[in-house]
Design a protein around this ligand. Sequence first.
Ligand code: FES
Ligand SMILES: [Fe+2]
Length: 403
Amino acid sequence: MASIDGSSGSDGALREAAATFALTDWPMNAWYAAAYDVELKHALLPRTIAGRSLVLYRKGDGTPIALENACWHRLLPLSEGHLEDDAVVCGYHGLMYNGEGRCVFMPSQQTINPAARVRSYPIAERHRFVWVWPGDPALADPDTIPDLHWNDDPEWAGDGGLIDVKCNYKLVVDNLMDLTHETFVHGSSIGHRSVAEVPFEVTHGPDGVTVTRWMLDVDPPPFWAMQLEWRHGRRFDRVDRWQIIHFEAPSTIAIDVGVAPAGTGAPQGDRSQGVNGFVLNTMTPQSPGACHYFWAFARNYNLDDQRITTLLRDGVAGVFGEDEEVLNAQQRSIDSNPDKQFYNLNIDGGAMWARRLIDSMIAAEGDDARYARASEQARAAALSEPATTRVEATEADRARLGI
Ligand code: FES
Ligand SMILES: [Fe+2]
């Protein structure tokens, strides 16, 4: 069996995680989803993004605005105030700020102190999300917004939601980078023994990680059997199923998922008989113990059928509700076991690479020795290891899972 981190002479099964796993942090120089497009209106929306308290709103013409959520005068959150046309009026003494964060009115003053301003943040709207850049504004390039184009591509249809999870955002990254958990957490919908049983491949590069898993000639789980029936008007007993997870640092994951009737050529590239979806996920850290988890599910068939859009959105929301319970419980347990650390299994190969890339981004922003060390290790490992690693099922898997 190949070992996921390439360490020689190991049985590949269990090894200590890097010390950085105990740390909670995030890069500041990154685009983070701050709101779903439909959430943001001509009204004040407070939201915590990467540890910063922001107030968001749309101007009358729809332009999104993100300001620091603390009045320059006495620090009352501006979200406690109100909008007057396109300006924010503080709810305490009435200072008024424009969309650039500059104070444009002070009560009982002839002149406005030019230093009176709150910070404004780079903001951009793309793929149905409103993105904010909490770091150095000079580095904010909208071309680097994570690719979630399936969310507003006319060839795809779908919808999604937002979950406020009481866990570190990296725990959601772990969760999505290893879908083995489907077998155990989502048994009634998308779970299947074959997800835990079959081999998968992890491919990593400087900016992303891909985990690929094909399950050939398996019986379809209910979520997929239903969709094939919608598409073809009849049921199929056996399918070829795929899950291809794409991670884009620091916290965006697009998962290419689907099934096709077994033997119709999907693994070779012909998915024309199948049903294909993208599970879109982007996590925004709020604090070390909480994150905003934005998600959507987009499909490429029966695009005009709103009933399917709603059923799939509700189905996926139910699946993610199961994840939320696990993630909240995991964070509570981490908090009550501060001296313990994580261990990595072969199934964590994708998550390990994702965390290395996150650590590298954090290291690049500062000279903290802890992160610098992690970044060095990640770079060294990236140079010394093959880009793709295959992880096989074992005899014990087969015995345990009843194959
Ligand atoms: S605290 Fe905002 S105007 Fe005084
Ligand atoms: Fe899950």
